[in-house]
Every structure is written in structure tokens, then in C-alpha cells.
Design a protein around this ligand. Structure first.
Ligand code: GAR
Length: 194
């Protein structure tokens, strides 16, 4: 299964997927990283795994549709089946959605629909929520909306700082994203078919 991973920043979720032998052994092929920030750390991480990066900045285009059309032109010849958003901090427009209907997956660090948008972990911490979590979902035209694939809770401990809570959320994200991709691979490989 050929995928492209979209990321804007650190890229820890990208790396959790890229370094997983289990996923590669059942057919995951990361063909490309698409990154909209030329200084993002994910670019260095991708180089470690010899995965090409398409750095594509919105400021180089007249509008978001043209920016996404350039991405589609890159993905088409690679025969990408799924797009995995991993810290991609842009709302996807109908242009890309129409090219990959029901084949774009996002990870978000909260129990959606709570705390959609930016700084979800910080906002959950400041709100004093006893339980927060992680959501993986297919995207639609909204901000962090669309059919949920998997949700997991992360409990806030009494002595948690925002940083310690964030670290546990990221750990949960990395495990969850690998599991969701594994399930998807098993499904597309026919393992689940009776
Ligand atoms: C992750 O926590 C991801 O859930 C979040 O950005 C972070 C990226 O971390 N995504 C969103 O908030 C999407 N709305 P990473 O670059 O280390 O993978």
C-alpha cells in the first residue's frame, strides 16, 4: 500500500510509522513526505529513511486550490492510495479531498470533537480535564472533523505538567497510528475478509 505522509513540523508521528518494520513487512510503502514548512524537522527525519520530501509552500501559489493541485500532480505518478496527515497544520480543501475521497486520514491530540484546531493539548490541560486523548479519523472539509476510526483516552495524572501529559499523548499517538495503519493494511491485503 503506497502512502504519502503530510507533516508541517517535528515529525515524530512520521518517524513512528517510518521506523516500523511490522508495517513495512505487511506492505506499507511511504513514497513521499509532503511538507509545507521548509524549516520543519520532519525533513531531516525523512532523509534518515531515504524518503523523498516535497516541500511545497502555500506562499508560492495564488490560492490554496493551486497549492493542492501541485501536490496532486506529485502524488499521481507515485500511485498513492492513502494520505496520512501527521501534524499537517492546514485544512485540506475540496481540491485534494476530491482527488482522494475517503482516503485521507488525520491524527489529532484530543478526544474530538473536543479541542479541535490548534494547541489542543495545551487547551485540554488548561481546561483541567481529567481525561483527554487522541483521535484518528478520515477527514472531511472541516477542521479536525470526519468519521472517527479510533479514539483512545489519556488520563491526566495529579502531578502531570503540560509537558508530561503531552509526552504521554504523543506516545499514545505513535502506537495508535501504527495500529490503525496495520488494520488498514490487513484489510487491503484481504486478511480480514471472510
Ligand atoms: C501531533 O500531536 C498531532 O496529533 C497534531 O500535531 C502534532 C504533530 O506532532 N496534529 C494536529 O493538531 C492536527 N490538527 P509530530 O510532528 O511530532 O508528529
Amino acid at each position: 500500500m503506497k502512502v504519502a505522509i503530510f507533516a508541517s513540523g517535528n515529525g515524530s508521528n512520521f518517524e513512528a510509522i517510518a521506523k516500523s518494520d511490522e508495517l513495512h513487512n505487511v506492505g506499507l510503502e511511504i513514497e513521499l513526505v509532503v511538507c509545507d514548512q521548509k524549516e520543519a524537522h520532519v525533513i531531516e527525519r525523512a532523509a534518515k529513511y531515504d524518503i523523498p520530501v516535497f516541500i511545497n509552500q502555500l506562499s508560492d501559489y495564488p490560492n490554496r486550490g493551486a497549492y493542492e493541485q501541485a501536490i496532486i500532480e506529485k502524488l499521481k505518478p507515485l500511485q498513492i492510495e492513502y494520505i496520512l496527515l501527521a501534524g499537517y497544520m492546514r485544512v485540506v480543501t475540496p481540491v485534494l479531498l476530491a482527488a482522494y475521497p475517503n482516503h485521507i486520514i488525520n491524527i489529532h491530540p484530543s478526544l474530538l470533537p473536543k479541542f479541535s484546531g490548534l494547541e489542543a493539548i495545551e487547551r485540554a490541560f488548561e481546561a483541567g480535564d481529567a481525561v483527554t486523548g487522541v483521535t484518528i479519523h478520515y477527514i472531511d472539509e472541516g477542521v479536525d472533523t470526519g468519521p472517527i476510526i479510533k479514539q483512545e483516552k489519556v488520563v491526566r495524572l495529579t502531578n502531570d505538567t503540560e509537558e508530561s501529559l503531552e509526552a504521554r499523548i504523543h506516545q499514545t499517538e505513535h502506537q495508535m497510528y501504527r495500529q490503525v495503519i496495520l488494520d488498514l493494511l490487513n484489510k487491503t491485503n484481504g486478511v480480514d475478509k471472510k
